[in-house]
Design a protein around this ligand. Structure first.
Ligand code: BES
Ligand code: ZN
Ligand code: ZN
Length: 499
């Protein structure tokens, strides 16, 4: 989809449809909506009176203009209650009108900048939310279908129309950023939706190379031989049970000055998690193809960062392996030595994510990262704690954790902090090694963080447990059922803030 902006009045454009908006509870249309209403001889006001248009969030009403305007259709999208309007609502409204109008066969759509008038939101921010919402809303899960339900239906051009010429440069910057963020999120979603027979650790390596090529980044791919040399005993053990050998990818983006601090994003990339020898029950095991969502988010974020080019130094690591039971698999009872020399007693081979991350975190620190964020579908316990509304975050220092939560707020990704009280330190003490990979049942999500903390040295560090966020179980205004691409936008937003 082409996304662009132009100066003018929405009543003058030629397109297959134009989009205006209405707040919930508004008695009559205002601004551009009023102008369109006048051209339609009051059709919109009339429908507000009859309560066929209420302005509720994500309501959409499509009217035919019957020659009264240059365009054949007008869509009126609901923005909800005016005081509650935020960027998230604009993203949703945009996803809603983009999907609906595509379904009706519209190829070229023009819209006002929702929220920038009476809504009081900066035009640039609103434009970003519009592009992002539309790009994500139009994403479809059709790669492996032999028949396409939307065959031939493509919304190919979205034009944002603004009366005030002075606002155009900001709107263009916002649209560009929103499109890049939306596309990078869709890219991560595609990876997570891919089936595990096709998406192996090596395929993740190919994807990392592709991202590097497209976004102008450097890439390093470690295979088991290199891992052996680097003594990555934890990552190697998790991958040892599978015929698809593990890979560790490092994407490098050095947009800052030499000597500036280096940040690192580290993603869990288990391409399929059977549980290994501690095998999972059969119910819903197919869902464990999404266990590489952390790594996918890192690839997506690095792609967006490569395109937006903030002045910052960043590494993106993807720690990929397939967790399988076999005669070569690691076992409960094994003791592994991670790259940083710490020994790990294995209690349960299904707690594998923290093991691949152990070596990847140590490697990120070895490469010079002083701020490290890891993303992982790490524990079912995090879903028990927070449901699917928010990701969990744990880390230190507090100010670093706070920064990440704030970036999430801007991106529409909710993040809730869990504590790392000293009392929890006991949970993973092993009788025969430095640490064990799981403790008793309580505080499962926190145990994950307590474990990972052993491998980050002195770096500022935060762990995001995204189990529960990596996919949605039913269609949302701009997230279709399946993988969500959670994290891409928060990471890219952070890169922008660090610059
Ligand atoms: N990949 C799972 C966590 C998970 C579970 C993500 C459900 C999304 C949905 C992880 O590797 C795992 O198996 N964790 C175990 C940890 C346990 C062995 C301490 C879990 O959560 O049950
Ligand atoms: Zn597991
Ligand atoms: Zn897992």
């Amino acid at each position: 989809m082409r996304v662009s902006a132009r100066a003018g009045s929405i009543t003058d454009v030629a397109a297959d449809a134009i989009v205006v908006n209405i707040f919930e509870g508004a008695e009559k249309p205002g601004g551009a909506t009023a102008a369109v209403d006048a051209a339609l001889d009051g059709a919109i006001s009339r429908m507000i009176k009859t309560r066929e248009i209420t302005g509720k969030a994500n309501e959409i009403t499509v009217l035919h203009t019957l020659g009264r305007l240059k365009v054949p259709r007008v869509a009126v999208v609901g923005l909800g209650k005016a005081p509650e309007l935020d960027l998230e609502e604009i993203r949703q409204a945009s996803g809603t009108f983009a999907r609906t109008l595509r379904q009706r066969g519209c190829r070229r759509v023009a819209t006002v900048v929702h929220g920038a008038g009476a809504g009081g939101i900066e035009a640039q921010d609103a434009a970003e939310a519009i592009a992002d919402g539309a790009v994500r809303g139009l994403h479809r899960l059709d790669t492996h279908k032999s028949e396409d339900e939307l065959e031939g239906k493509e919304l190919s051009a979205l034009t944002v129309v603004e009366l005030d010429r002075g606002k155009l440069p900001g709107i263009r910057r916002g649209l560009d950023r929103g499109r890049v963020m939306g596309e990078a999120t869709n890219y991560a979603r595609n990876l997570v939706n891919e089936p595990p027979n096709l998406l192996t650790p090596e395929r993740m390596a190919e994807e990392a190379r592709k991202v590097a090529e497209e976004a102008g980044l450097e890439v390093e791919v470690l295979d088991p031989r290199r891992m052996q040399v680097l003594k990555m005993g934890a990552l190697l053990a998790v991958g040892s049970g599978s015929a698809n050998p593990p890979r560790l990818m490092v994407l490098k983006y050095m947009g800052g000055k030499r000597g500036d601090p280096i940040g690192a994003f580290v993603g869990k990339g288990i391409t399929f998690d059977t549980g290994g020898i501690s095998i999972k029950p059969r119910q819903s095991m197919d869902e464990m193809k999404m266990d590489m969502a952390g790594a996918a988010a890192v690839l997506g974020a690095m792609r967006a960062i490569g395109q937006l080019r903030p002045r910052v130094n960043l590494l993106g690591l993807a720690a990929c392996a397939e967790n399988m039971p076999s005669d070569r698999a690691y076992r409960p009872g094994d003791i592994l030595t991670a790259m940083n020399g710490k020994t790990i007693e294995i209690i349960d081979t299904d707690a594998e994510g923290r093991l691949v991350l152990a070596d990847a975190l140590a490697y990120a620190v070895k490469l010079g990262a002083s701020s490290v964020i890891d993303l992982a579908t790490l524990t079912g316990a995090c879903i028990i704690a927070l449901g699917s509304a928010a990701a969990g975050i744990m880390g230190a220092p507090q100010e670093f954790v706070q920064q990440i939560i704030a970036a999430g707020e801007r991106s529409g990704e909710k993040i809730w902090q869990l504590p790392l009280y000293p009392e929890y330190d006991e949970l993973l003490k092993s009788a025969i090694a430095d640490v064990k990979n799981i403790g008793e049942r309580d505080a499962g999500a926190i145990q994950g963080a307590i474990f990972l903390r052993n491998f980050v040295g002195d770096a500022r560090w935060a762990h995001l447990d995204i189990a529960g966020k990596e996919s949605v179980t039913k269609d949302r205004p701009y997230i279709s059922k399946g993988a969500s691409g959670w994290g891409v936008r928060t990471l890219a937003e952070l890169a922008h803030r660090w610059a």
